[in-house]
Structures are given as C-alpha cells and as structure tokens.
Design a protein around this ligand. Structure first.
Ligand code: 4AD
Length: 481
C-alpha cells in the first residue's frame, strides 16, 4: 500500500498549530490543517464518507471531519475510530454544508494513536447523570459540561490574579502545613509522616504526631493569619491556594479541600473591604462572561435557564449592604415560616440567606456587623449598641442560589482587645505570639476576606453541586481519585 502521509502523533507545544477553536473561528476554505483530539461520534454514510466529530478541549464545539472511504486501506485503518478514541488527522478546510458549522475538514490522511473499545468506553453520546460522572472523574472532563466547567474555572482563576495584580496586590504563598486553626472551629486535618521506623517508635510510646514538627501540625483552614503578616509589611496582599476543612457536612456547597482567595489590606476598614469584595465579584464574573461566551451560553441553555438574569443582577446593581441586626428584623417581619428560628445572636441559615437574596432583594446582599458570639477571635469589636449587644466588623457576601461566597472582616488591631478575645475563646495568646506581635509593632487598621473559588464557579456556571466544579472533589468518604 502507499506510504502513509499520516501526521505525527506529537507536535511541539511551542508551535502546535491552530486548535479546533481557532479553526472554527478563523480557518478559510482551501487552508490545510492538522488536528489532534478525541472522537465524540462517528457516522458512516452510504455515499462513501465517514463523518467524525472531533473535540480537542479548546472549546465546546467539535470540528466535523469528513473521511472519504477511498483513502488507502480505509476500512481497516478506520476500524478503531470510535467514540473516545484519539485521532490525528490532516486535510483541507472546506465550507460546510451543515447548518451549525461554517467549516469542516476534508481528511486526506489520519492516524489513531489509541482506540477505545466501544463495548467498554464508559462515556456514551447520551446524557449521563452527574452522579454517574463523579464515579468516572478521570473521564468526565471529556464531557461537554465538565469541559466547559474546566475552561470557566481556568479563566476565572486567571481573572482573579489579573484583578489583584492590576491593583498592585502582592501574591503571598502561605503555608499548607500549619500549627494554627485560624477559624477556631476545630476542623483541622492532622498531618503525620508515615515512615515505618517512626511508626514503630510511636508504637513504643513516642508522640509521633508532635515529633516531626515539634508541635501538632495540620492542613491550613485559611491563609489569613499569614496573609496579615505580609499585608502589614508589604501592602495589599492576596493568597490563592488549596484550603482544607475536616467538616463532616455532606452538602452541595462544602468540600474538605477547596481553593480560597484571601486578600488582606492594610490601612483599610470594613467599608473598604466590602467595596473590594463587590468589585472583585463583579469584575471576575464580567471577565468570564466576556471571554467564555460559548461555554456560558451552554450553561444558560443546559444547566440553568435563569443564569443570565442572575448574572445581570450582579452586573447592573450595587450589592445590598444590610447590617445583621436589620437582617434579623427583616426576616422576623417577613411573614415567612422558616424551619430554623430567626433570633439575634444566631447564624443565618441557608433558608434565611435565600429569602434575602432570592425572594426579597433579588440580588447579592452583604450582611455585616455580626454578633460577637458567632465569629472568630480576630474580628474587630464594635462599641455595644443601645441595647448593650456586642457585634464585630464582619461581613458575608450572599448571592442567589449559592448563598455565602465571601466571608471577611476588619481585623482587631488593638493588642489588648485581641488578647482578651483570644482568652475569652480559650485560645492561648502564646500559641499565636507572632500574630499578636503584629499589634505590638506598627499596628494598623486592616481588613480582608476569603472567597471560595468553587462557590464562585457555581455562581457563574449555575452548577448545583460543588463536587462538579472541582476536578477531583474531596468529601467525607471520597478521596480515591
Ligand atoms: O467564612 P470563612 O470560613 O472565612 C475564612 O476562612 C476567613 N479566614 C477568610 C478571611 O477573612 N481571610 O471562609 C471563606 C469562604 C466562604 O465564604 C466560602 O466561600 C469558602 O470560603 N468556604 C468553603 N468552600 C467550599 N467548601 C467549604 N467547606 C468551605 N468553607 C468555606
């Protein structure tokens, strides 16, 4: 048979040639092109042509390849072209007769680096449930929904860095292994080193957990305390990294491992903090809408029909700013019958958040100045109100459907007040001596917040379950892959 002119399976990543996204946007009839990707579907026509939908991950759309059956040894060489197989093809761009596509590739030669046994390949053309796809986390990025989520998450991450870098923030890399429990909620995963010899030593009576670091260490629940160190030395700072919570809650909003963005700003109060959080959410959401048009149209059509409306409300209106005490009054006089009682001093429950954002205001709401009793030690204490109730300068950004996406506060910069609050919460100030010292030397008012990346991805995509917006979700009982 004739020598193969099939394109090589490898190409330099520095000059890979146009992606499917680029070809669909810009290629002209007569251009020659090489594509590399995975087969979504194959259809053979009686007219001696095979039609293959090829996806390379660069966009939601597939490129249609037309393979004439008179290519050398076609029947045999094309046998492994089935759903899921990888395919490299070369040919000429031609105008497409199809309704939804401008161009297609008339293939002159091809190679199949890896087939995919059709009897075993777990992804079929039909729609699979998200529950099923979670069990094949290694293959689900090949589905339309998870490809779109991955691209949006990537673009969002880029927009987040851009937002802070454009405003002169410094990205500080805070540790993953730490000895502090920033939120004081006891949700820290313990870190141990599993060396056989050390284990034997521990079995013989040593305290192994303490041995390696000389102190009980765990995985960080927040980079805030360390971010404060950098912010009070170097100016506006942010962290962006993995965060861990040993929180035994099986909800569509909680993960044991998630990514948190935490800006920290010196010479800033709660009002400045709320301004920053609002600008941050608006800017990053707008950026993704502008840069991921095709994926965003997919989410609006297939995942949540009300998505454009929700996102327009974010773009078009100032976020409502509502003191906690007023939120309680509003909920009490709402006439709604809530499952959980509304009472000053208690945290807002999901049903209360939904009433505020979805029923009452129909847009994001920033609730601020929460009761001291339900918030961590580091938040700045307000003067008591006329009724003697004590609050702290905390704020939560609540959004429709997802609920809380941001939690932040102005920090307590007065050393004596901070130390008193630590003691009141059973935290030994000596265990955080370095944090206290930020108040001993050159203390300044400062503020910051934390935003969970996954909740922002949920907001932007309309995806209901947080397990479906992170590549490999970690939840109670789930860490295999
Ligand atoms: O409200 P949180 O616990 O605040 C802090 O950790 C502060 N130290 C942040 C700061 O001021 N620097 O968490 C902040 C955000 C939440 O609003 C939520 O978006 C996300 O982190 N988050 C989670 N996301 C997924 N799964 C979980 N288990 C989460 N816990 C918090």
């Amino acid at each position: 048979s004739a020598p193969s002119t099939a394109p090589p399976a490898t190409v330099s990543p520095l000059s890979p040639g146009p992606t499917v996204a680029a070809l669909l946007a810009d290629a002209q009839p007569g251009d020659s092109a090489v594509v590399r990707g995975w087969v979504r579907t194959r259809r053979d026509s009686k007219a001696g042509l095979s039609f293959v939908e090829l996806n390379d991950g660069s966009c939601l759309s597939n490129l249609q390849l037309v393979l004439p059956h008179d290519l050398p040894d076609f029947a045999e060489r094309a046998t492994p072209i089935t759903t899921g197989a990888s395919l490299v093809a070369t040919g000429e761009i031609v105008a497409s007769q199809g309704k939804n596509q401008r161009v297609e590739l008339r293939v002159s030669d091809f190679a199949v680096p890896g087939g995919a046994d059709p009897d075993r390949y777990p992804l079929q053309k039909k729609r699979h449930s998200f529950e099923y796809l979670r069990e094949i986390a290694h293959l689900r990025p090949r589905s339309n929904t998870f490809g779109a989520v991955a691209r949006v998450r990537n673009r969002l991450s880029h927009a987040i860095h851009e937002f802070f870098q454009d405003r002169g923030f410094l990205w500080a890399h805070t540790p993953i292994i730490t000895t502090n429990d920033c939120e004081g909620a006891g949700e820290v995963f313990t870190v141990t080193a599993l060396q056989a010899a050390k284990l034997a030593e521990a079995a013989a009576g040593g305290d192994f957990v303490r041995d390696f670091f000389g102190k009980h260490a765990g995985l960080t629940v927040s980079g805030q305390l360390e971010a404060e160190v950098y912010a009070t030395s170097l100016g506006p700072t942010y962290t962006f990294g993995p965060t861990f919570r040993a929180e035994n809650s099986n909800t569509p909003r909680h993960l044991a491992e998630f990514w948190m963005i935490e800006p920290e700003v010196p010479f800033c109060d709660l009002e400045g903090d709320m301004d920053l959080a609002e600008a941050f959410v608006k800017t990053t959401v707008a950026e993704v809408r502008a840069r991921c048009e095709e994926d965003m149209a997919f989410f609006a059509q297939r995942i949540d029909k009300t998505l454009p409306q929700t996102l327009d409300a974010i773009a078009d209106h100032a976020f409502v700013r509502l003191p906690y005490t007023e939120a309680i009054d509003l909920l009490k006089s709402s006439g709604e019958s809530f499952e959980y009682p509304v009472e000053w001093g208690h945290d807002l429950q999901t049903e209360h958040e939904r009433f505020l954002t979805e029923t009452h205001f129909k847009r994001p709401v920033i609730v601020h100045d929460y009761p001291v009793g339900i918030k961590p030690f580091y938040m700045r204490v307000n003067e008591p109100d006329e009724q003697g109730r004590e609050t702290v300068r905390a704020m939560d950004v609540l959004v429709p459907r997802v609920g809380e996406i941001v939690g932040g506060s102005q920090r307590e910069e007065r050393e004596d007040v901070l130390v008193a609050r630590m003691k009141a919460q059973g935290i030994d100030p000596a265990s955080l001596w370095w944090y206290v010292e930020l108040r001993t030397y050159g203390s300044v008012p400062h503020a910051g917040f934390g935003l969970g990346l996954e909740r922002l991805v949920q907001l932007v995509t309309g995806m209901q379950n947080v397990r479906d917006v992170i590549p490999f979700p970690r939840t109670p009982g789930h860490a295999e892959f």
